[in-house]
Design a protein around this ligand. Structure first.
Ligand SMILES: Nc1ncnc2c1ncn2[C@@H]1O[C@H](COP(=O)(O)OP(=O)(O)OP(=O)(O)O)[C@@H](O)[C@H]1O
Length: 255
């Protein structure tokens, strides 16, 4: 099978993309519904609500082979940017165009069914990440080995500990072939030895993927997976360039 020759080009292009979160409390939301119902859909322009400006004027051009880390303090907008790039959020203003099959890996547990077995969840989670059933069935044995969960793989997921779930999810996530890999940190609840084993698989996953954007607070992880970085603060891009340069400025600013 020749995948590489007809592999579509992957790219991410955003232009002055903004994402706002209007904050409704329960009362104003129900009030708005009432107003909308009465006037036929338009929200009265004087209906003012506080807005969190999570992303401001994000202009980006990333192509095949980009390995970009996202750094910035809590609340800087990293996760929101990943969600914008995955299509979960639409820009409130500006534009975001993403070409390529996106595998969003934000929450390792998403896309798992607690009532079915670990083995079945391997397939279910793979489908969720854009793989086909056939592709996942071919990978089940390898993933099962990696997790070291043994007979537990035949038990329903709800009987697993948090660490066991993370092992299963990591096994699936690191087995896929994404065109665009959007990775949010949070690969925490596993023991150190398993994390070490996962790092190798994660690096291999990144090698296979066409484009990576990875939000992380860990310099070590960023150095392992990325070569460039974007530093974000208050929803804006402060710096975009070589990973070491960006980390130096970011750390320098914090000092
Ligand atoms: N669903 C939401 N509703 C309202 N505000 C939100 C929502 N999601 C994020 N925000 C706000 O948007 C801003 C950016 O949040 P985001 O989660 O993108 O930051 P982050 O850089 O990923 O932070 P962290 O490093 O803590 O994960 C924050 O001010 C946050 O409070």
């Amino acid at each position: 099978m020749t995948v590489s020759e007809d592999r579509p080009l992957v790219s991410i292009t955003t232009e002055n993309a903004c994402v706002d979160f209007p904050i409704f409390d329960a009362k104003s939301r129900s009030l708005k519904k009432t107003v909308m119902g009465m006037v036929g859909g338009n929200i009265a322009s004087e209906a003012r609500v506080p807005v969190i400006e999570a992303l401001r004027d994000i202009t980006l051009e990333l192509g095949h082979g980009a390995r970009v880390g996202l750094v910035g303090h809590n609340g800087a907008g990293k996760s929101t940017l990943l969600r914008l790039l995955s299509g979960i959020y639409e820009p409130t203003r500006g534009s975001a165009v993403v070409r390529g099959r996106v595998a969003p890996v934000f929450d390792l547990g998403v896309g798992m069914d607690p009532e079915v077995s670990g083995l079945e969840n391997i397939v279910v989670r793979g489908l969720f990440l854009g793989m086909t059933r056939k592709q996942m069935e071919a990978r089940v044995d390898d993933i099962a080995d990696f997790t070291e969960l043994g007979d537990f793989l035949r038990m329903p997921l709800r009987t697993y500990s948090t660490g066991m779930r993370v092992r299963l999810a990591l096994g699936v996530v690191t087995s896929i072939d994404p065109e665009i890999l959007l990775l949010d940190e949070g690969i925490g609840a596993v023991d150190a030895a398993f994390l070490e084993k996962s790092k190798r698989r994660l690096s291999e996953l990144v090698e296979r993927s066409g484009l990576l954007v990875f939000a992380s607070h860990s310099d070590e992880f960023l150095r392992e997976l990325c070569d460039t970085a974007i530093w974000m603060e208050h929803g804006r891009i402060v710096q975009h360039g070589d990973l070491d340069d960006v980390l130096r400025s970011y750390k320098g600013a914090a000092a």
